[in-house]
Design a protein around this ligand. Structure first.
Ligand code: ATP
Length: 248
């Protein structure tokens, strides 16, 4: 069966994705049949009230969680049909993920943190490749520093370099600025913007912050596990107004 809209121009497509948690009376529908797509080379923010399903959507889209029903495509690959081993390989090669809490290894310097996922996958990235990833996030001179010797914004940029080193098609970011102050948030958002504008990659970012969302090309709104509108060329005022209507 073909799914309308899946094609080369879409980096990620979700088709009728539902995700239920729990069983019986305590079952919670986190997503209720979501249809959406993320165009290659675009920056999308996903917003919605607390509990509306944003993180679940990101986890399903990134192949970190499996939908209860529906299908997820990375490019034209139906990841719902992959075995765990195939999915792990696809995630490693085509998907990057950044979390609110950076998730860096405190005992390793920036260079070693960036190289770690590739080393765990049995590959050995060269110094030049690691330094190029750090260069891309503006930390070419910080490779020898450990996380504790860097600001929150710098740590998040190391996490972004770690996600970008495999040159993934899509970078997913769950509240990447949630733990940062206004100035360092701006650094990280500017970096995500340049990943899209200069490297042509696709970024999908969950955020609660209308200012962060205004850096994106498009905002997709979720409410109660379903898509409730979108804004293109979002302004802070328009995003805040839409969120107020959703009760978020
Ligand atoms: N592992 C889980 N087990 C049971 N219920 C879950 C689980 N993960 C999420 N949920 C429920 O699914 C719904 C959607 O959660 P999700 O974390 O995706 O929302 P969110 O929009 O990211 O929320 P927030 O903005 O608060 O982070 C919520 O009702 C949540 O309680």
């Amino acid at each position: 069966m073909s799914v309308t809209g899946v094609g080369v121009e879409q980096a990620v497509t979700l088709s009728a994705v539902a995700r239920l948690y729990g069983r019986g009376d305590s079952q919670v529908p986190a997503l209720r049949g979501v249809h959406c797509a993320f165009t290659r080379g675009s920056f999308t923010a996903v917003m919605g009230p607390s509990g509306s399903g944003k993180s679940t959507l990101l986890q399903c889209a990134a192949g970190l969680d499996r939908p209860t029903s529906g299908r997820v495509f990375i490019g034209d690959t139906d990841i719902s049909a992959l075995t765990e081993t195939q999915l792990t390989k696809l995630r490693r090669e085509r998907i990057g993920f950044v979390f609110q809490s950076f998730n860096l290894m405190p005992s390793l310097n920036a260079r070693k943190n960036v190289a770690l996922p590739m080393r765990l996958a049995g590959q050995n990235p060269g110094r030049a490749q690691v330094d190029a990833a750090l260069e891309q996030v503006g930390l070419g001179n910080r490779g020898g520093h450990r996380p504790a010797e860097m600001s929150g914004g710098q740590q998040q940029r190391v996490a972004i370099a770690r996600a970008l080193i495999s040159q993934p098609d899509v970078l997913f970011a769950d509240e990447p600025t949630g733990a940062l102050d206004t100035n360092t948030s701006r650094e990280v958002l500017g970096l995500l913007r340049s990943v899209v504008d200069h490297a042509g990659q696709t970024v999908v970012m969950v955020t609660h912050d209308p200012v962060a969302a205004s850096w994106a090309d498009r905002v997709l709104f979720l409410s109660d596990g379903a898509v409730h509108g979108e804004l293109r060329g979002p302004t802070v005022a328009a995003v805040s107004e839409h969120m107020a209507r959703l009760g978020g």
